[in-house]
Unconditional design. Structure first.
Length: 558
C-alpha cells in the first residue's frame, strides 16, 4: 500500500509477524539490542511449525557442540553445504549462516530460557559428501515443565497424532533407541527409563514436554519475562509504504482493523504456504494436496504474498521440506524410522521398488514425483512389510507385537493378507510383479548389498536400522506372513520457497535492491539450503539464524 496511514494505533521499533522459532528469536534479539518489538500471530495458538517439529537445530560449529568436545569448522561445513545444495544459493547467505549461526545460539543460551543439548550420533543426512559429519551437528531443546507458562501452556501448538501413547515424552536419541525395544538391551533400558521417568514426573505433577514443543515453550517464557508483547489472532493484512520504504502495517486485532507504525521495520516470519491449495497447485509438483502436509494449518503464504505485493521476488517455490506420510483419520503421520527398519520395502503401483527406503526423507519424495512422471502410479506408494517386521518394530505409535488400530484397516490405510500374492490383489498390484520384487530384494540380504538402490550404504541409513541384523542393519528378508501394505503419500513438514533475501535477511526487490524496512526469515524466505536438507534441524537452524540477523541489522549492529 503506497500511502501513509492518517493515524497509527500502535507504535514500535520492530513488528515481527509470526510466532514460530524464527519470529520469537527475532523479537528476543531485537529486545536484547535495545529495540521495542511487537510480535503478532495470525493463529489462535503460538509456536508455529517449530512447536510441531522434532525441535532439532542444525547449525555447524555451534557452542553447545563445541562445549561437548565436537570438532567442526566453517571450512568443512561450507564444503558440505556447497556439495549438497543442488541449487544456485548466494555464497553470502551460506557464509552469513555459518558466521552468525553459532552466535545466534550463544545469544539464546545466555539471554533466554532456550537451552539445548547435543544429539549424539544423529549424522548429517549426507555424511559421505565432502564436509559431511557422520556423528552429526544437531542439538535439541532441553525438556521443559509447562507449569512455568501458566495459562499460556494451553495456547501452544500441538500435534497429537505424532505423540507417544500414555503421555510419554522422549528426546531424540531415546526415540532412536525405542525403535529397537524388542531387539537390544539399550532399547529395553531406554523404554524402562522413559516409562519410569514419565510416571515419576506425573506423580510430581510436572507437565513435561520435549522436542519442538519444549523449544517453543522456552521461547514463549522468555518473551513473557522480558515483557515482549505477543498478540494472537492478529493477522497481517498489508504493509504501509511511502516512497518504497516500509513504514508499518495494517493488521487485525480483536477482529477489527488496526495499524502499527514501525520506526525500524517489519520482519516476516509467517511460515510457508503448505496449506495454500492455490499456491501449491501453481508452483509445486503434481499431484499435490494440502491434506498431505504436517505443517501448520495457518501457513497459507500470507507473508510471502504481502512481500510480493510490494515488489519482492520469489525462489524455490516448487520445493518443500519433503517427507512421506501416512494419511490417518487424525491427519498425516510423518514416516521417519518406519521405512528404514529392516524387513520392509516401498513399491509403486506396478509393484516395483524405486528408491532407497532408508534415504533421508527430503530425498524420498522427489523420487516419488520422478516416478510419477513416467506414467506409472507412485501416488500413493506402498510400504510393504511382513509379520516378523511387525513383531519386532513399532509402527507409527503402535508398539511391536500389538495389533495395528482397526480404523487403519477400515479406512483403507493398511491392507493385510496371508501371502504376498493375496496382498498384491488387495492393493491392486500385479501379484507376479510384487512377488518378483520381494524375491529380488530378499536375494540382497545375505550379502548385505542392495544392488538396486544402495539401501544401507550410508551411515545415515543405519541410524534407524537394527544393529542386530547382519551384515546390513537395513536389510532383512520379507518371508513371514501375514504381509502388510501401507499407503504412503508425498508429504512435507513445510514449503521451502519464499521471498528472496540477502545475507542480512532484507527482502530483495525485483530490481535486486533491498526493500527498505522489510525483512524475512524462516519458511517465508527462500531457503539458503537450496534443494538440500543438510541434517536434523536444517529448517530451524537457518530460521533462528536469519531471524537473529534481521534483528541485529535493524539495530544497526552489523
Amino acid at each position: 500500500m503506497d500511502k501513509i496511514a492518517s493515524s497509527w494505533d500502535y507504535e514500535c521499533d520492530v513488528l515481527v509477524v509470526g510466532s514460530g522459532s524464527s519470529g520469537m528469536t527475532t523479537a528476543l534479539a531485537a529486545k536484547h539490542f535495545g529495540l521495542d518489538a511487537l510480535l503478532i500471530e495470525k493463529a489462535a495458538l503460538y509456536g508455529g511449525s517449530g512447536a510441531l517439529s522434532g525441535g532439532n537445530v542444525w547449525i555447524p560449529n555451534n557452542p553447545v557442540n563445541v562445549a561437548a568436545g565436537v570438532r567442526d569448522s566453517k571450512t568443512k561445513a561450507r564444503a558440505y553445504l556447497n556439495a549438497i545444495a543442488n541449487h544456485d544459493v548466494p555464497q553470502s547467505r551460506v557464509d552469513a549462516f555459518l558466521d552468525y549461526g553459532p552466535e545466534a545460539i550463544s545469544f539464546l543460551e545466555q539471554n533466554t530460557h532456550m537451552n539445548h543439548v547435543r544429539v549424539p550420533g544423529y549424522s548429517d543426512y549426507h555424511p559421505e559428501a565432502p564436509g559431511g559429519d557422520k556423528n552429526g551437528r544437531s542439538i535439541e531443546p532441553v525438556p521443559f515443565d509447562m507449569r512455568k507458562l501458566g495459562s499460556d501452556a494451553d495456547l501452544i501448538n500441538r500435534q497429537d497424532i505424532q505423540k507417544p501413547p500414555g503421555g510419554l515424552w522422549v528426546k531424540t536419541p531415546e526415540y532412536h533407541q525405542l525403535t529397537r525395544v524388542t531387539r537390544t538391551w539399550m532399547g529395553k533400558w531406554t523404554a524402562l527409563r522413559v516409562g519410569v521417568r514419565t510416571y515419576a514426573y506425573k506423580a510430581m505433577r510436572r507437565q513435561m514436554v520435549s522436542l519442538g514443543t519444549a523449544g517453543a515453550a522456552r521461547l514463549r517464557l522468555s518473551l513473557k519475562e522480558q515483557g515482549i508483547p505477543l498478540w494472537l489472532k492478529a493477522p497481517l493484512v498489508e504493509l504501509v509504504m511511502e516512497d518504497g520504504v516500509v513504514l508499518g502495517a495494517k493488521i487485525e486485532k480483536d477482529g477489527k482493523p488496526f495499524t502499527v507504525r514501525t520506526k525500524r521495520g517489519v520482519v516476516l516470519t509467517t511460515g510457508g504456504f503448505e496449506h495454500s491449495e492455490e499456491l501449491r497447485q501453481k508452483y509445486g509438483p503434481k499431484p499435490a494436496s494440502t491434506a498431505w502436509t504436517t505443517g501448520l494449518g495457518s501457513n497459507t503464504g500470507d507473508g510471502i504474498n504481502v512481500g510480493v505485493s510490494v515488489g519482492g521476488t520469489l525462489d524455490l517455490m516448487d520445493d518443500a521440506w519433503w517427507g512421506p506420510v501416512v494419511m490417518t483419520g487424525g491427519g498425516p503421520f510423518f514416516l521417519l524410522a518406519e521405512r528404514s527398519l529392516p524387513g520392509s520395502i516401498v513399491v509403486n503401483g506396478a509393484g516395483k521398488r524405486f528408491v532407497n527406503e532408508s534415504t533421508p526423507y527430503q530425498d524420498f519424495v522427489p523420487k516419488v514425483y520422478e516416478g510419477e512422471e513416467t506414467g506409472v502410479s507412485h501416488v500413493p506408494a506402498y510400504l510393504v512389510f511382513d509379520n516378523r517386521h511387525r513383531t519386532r518394530y513399532p509402527f507409527m505409535v503402535t508398539p511391536p507385537r500389538q495389533k495395528l488400530p482397526q480404523e487403519l484397516f477400515d479406512d483403507g490405510v493398511v491392507a493385510t493378507a496371508p501371502t504376498v500374492e493375496q496382498l498384491a490383489k488387495k492393493i491392486g498390484i500385479e501379484a507376479s510383479s510384487l512377488r518378483a520384487t520381494i524375491d529380488r530384494f530378499n536375494g540382497f540380504v545375505d550379502s548385505g548389498r542392495d544392488l538396486d538402490f544402495g539401501r544401507g550404504d550410508s551411515i545415515y541409513d543405519h541410524y534407524f536400522g537394527d544393529p542386530t541384523v547382519k551384515p546390513n542393519p537395513n536389510l532383512e528378508k520379507l518371508e513371514e506372513g501375514p504381509f502388510f501394505a501401507v499407503k504412503i503419500w508425498p508429504g512435507d513438514v513445510g514449503t521451502k520457497g519464499g521471498l528472496v533475501c540477502d545475507e542480512r535477511s532484507r527482502v530483495l526487490h525485483e530490481n535486486g535492491e533491498p526493500i527498505a524496512g522489510l525483512y524475512a526469515a524462516g519458511n517465508a524466505s527462500a531457503s539458503m539450503m537450496g534443494k538440500a536438507y543438510p541434517g536434523p534441524g536444517g529448517t530451524i537452524g537457518p530460521a533462528i539464524t536469519f531471524g537473529y540477523l534481521a534483528a541485529k541489522d535493524l539495530a544497526g549492529r552489523l
